[in-house]
Design a protein around this ligand. Structure first.
Ligand code: ATP
Ligand code: MG
Length: 506
């Protein structure tokens, strides 16, 4: 069987209709699968050394979240370099990026595999991949025929990319990364309606000079949002300076923010610039802004109002041009009502409020994120494959993720390590029970009795030992995020810092 003119015309027309790019790409892929009778096909976008799936058929639902670095995947590298259609020998020893990811075919050994690079002029913009379990699957199709398909797909993809660029909102284009070597690190995965809205809001606010308040539960990705805003702004070439307000002991906070001059206080042995100066012409990201003390809030407000700062111990003031992004996982409005946060500062900061939705409100992103972290983790652990069983996918979908994306990321890494140890091969399958270990762990209350011979300690020593252990464990659980740990322990973050110091933990 070969491709009829009728069929090509049908594909061409389908690529012009459809409600959205996504819809068109999906139709293309589905049609190709029917026509070529392949078991799996994918349309991939090429960008900065990696392929990202735009539409897939016959592949596991987590594949669209995976980012395939060509340096990691020899077959994809071959396609990227070829300049023309690549037919891999059915018994090719090159590892296949979809190995274990085609449901119903857990072992992808001898199979037919064709890659079609897609070009806009001389530039590689993507690829079509076709996989079939029958080793002779694509032999009836000539190179010319397959090239025609590639040309149609390339035209459609290129159009979509141009339109996205014109519209200035680019879900098809990963955020421009300064550190291209980092590959997909920093990309915001998620195609759910709330994430699409968030990405659009970011695209709108980023080029402006407005201050942005980013709120959302712990682990939802507020820091990624801040980076995306900075990178989408005219300040992108200048520094993005990070300051965690929760980790800021009151005594050094002012100097951290505004700097100090020599002799301003004991220990001020030389002039030092603060974060505001470092962020001049760039962006200052004030993380956990809700933890900032009231006196410092007043000082911050002054800078936002007048655009000038005073180093500690200096009477003169310096002008700075800084855009402030602030993040919090508290409800700042409540903090204002309860007198812990200044209303005027709140209004200055929240000119453009962004709320990052919790993972449980965008369940469809969970599987994409899981694929994304699996591929990252696979590369990091040097595994030849790291895939999710259907049971694992069901488990991930059903769980509520109180720790949001961060919790999911850690759950995947932990499960991968358990599974690798248990399976003892570089081809690792994550099953639901690899995650169950973690869920059980979470529900175990931290307040277990201290280890050691309790009876031999006096009350004070025993209590302190217990406090030390509890704080250490809580910090570990919250990845050394002091604000989150303080919340978990239902104490104030400043108190926690003080207590930790007294217990010799700092
Ligand atoms: N949409 C996403 N796509 C990919 N990775 C994500 C996404 N959202 C979050 N992450 C990852 O999850 C982890 C937690 O994200 P981040 O540190 O931005 O959370 P946060 O909202 O600042 O949490 P906290 O309030 O606890 O500080 C990071 O490793 C981040 O890269
Ligand atoms: Mg954070």
């Amino acid at each position: 069987m070969s491709l009829s003119v009728n069929l090509l015309a049908t594909i061409a027309i389908e690529l012009q209709s459809g409600i959205s790019h996504q819809d068109r790409f999906q139709r293309l892929i589905t049609t190709l699968r029917q026509v070529l009778r392949c078991d799996a096909s994918a349309l991939l976008r090429y960008e900065q050394g990696a392929f990202r799936p735009l539409a897939t058929d016959g592949l596991s639902p987590d594949v669209p979240g995976r980012r395939f670095a060509i340096a990691e995947h020899p077959r994809l590298e071959a396609i990227a370099r070829a300049g023309d259609i690549v037919r891999f020998p059915a018994d090719s020893a090159l590892p296949d990026p979809y190995d274990g990811l085609i449901p119903g075919h857990e072992q992808l050994k001898v199979h037919a595999c064709v890659g079609l690079p897609l070009f806009a002029g001389q530039t590689l913009i993507g690829a079509l991949t076709l996989d079939g379990m029958d080793p002779y699957q694509f032999d009836n199709f000539s190179d010319e025929e397959l090239r025609l398909l590639a040309v149609l797909a390339a035209g459609a993809l290129n159009n979509a990319l141009l339109i996205e660029q014109l519209e200035h909102q680019s879900p098809l284009i990963a955020p421009q990364r300064a550190a291209a070597a980092e590959g997909s690190a920093g990309e915001m995965i998620g195609e759910s309606p709330p994430m699409q809205e968030l990405k659009q809001a970011i695209a709108i606010v980023a080029p402006s000079d407005l201050n942005v308040l980013i709120s959302g539960e712990t682990g939802t990705g507020k820091e990624l949002v801040a980076r995306a805003i900075h990178e989408g702004s005219p300040r992108a070439a200048n520094p993005l300076v990070y300051l965690n307000c929760a980790a800021l002991p009151e005594t050094v906070a002012e100097s951290e923010l505004f700097g100090h001059v020599k002799g301003a206080f004991t220990g001020a042995i030389s002039n030092r610039s603060g974060k505001f100066e470092m962020a001049d012409n760039g962006t200052l990201f004030l993380d956990e802004i809700g933890e900032l003390s009231l006196p410092l809030q007043a000082k911050l407000l002054r800078v936002l109002q007048y655009g000038d700062i005073q180093r500690v111990g200096d009477d003169s003031s310096l002008r700075v041009n800084v855009r402030v992004l602030a993040a919090t996982n508290r409800d700042l409005k409540t903090e204002v009502v309860e007198g812990r946060f200044r209303a005027d500062l709140y209004h200055r900061l929240s000119v453009f409020p962004l709320v990052v939705p919790p993972l449980r409100e965008r369940a469809e992103d969970t599987v994409l994120l899981a694929g994304f972290f699996c591929e990252q983790c696979r590369a990091r652990l040097g595994l030849s494959r790291l895939v999710l069983s259907p049971g694992a996918i069901a488990h991930l979908r059903a769980y509520r993720w109180p720790g949001n994306v961060r919790e999911l990321e850690h759950a995947i890494h932990r499960a991968a390590i358990f599974a690798r140890a248990a399976q003892g091969t570089p081809e690792v399958v994550l099953e639901a029970h690899h995650f169950a270990l973690k869920t059980a762990g979470r529900e175990t209350p931290v307040a277990a009795p201290p280890a050691g011979p309790v009876a031999q300690q006096n009350l004070r020593a025993a209590t302190q030992a217990f406090q030390r252990r509890l704080i250490r464990e809580t910090l570990n659980q919250h990845h050394h995020n002091w604000a989150a740990s303080a919340r978990a322990l239902e104490t104030d973050v400043a108190n926690l810092h003080r207590l930790a110091k007294r217990l010799g933990l700092k």
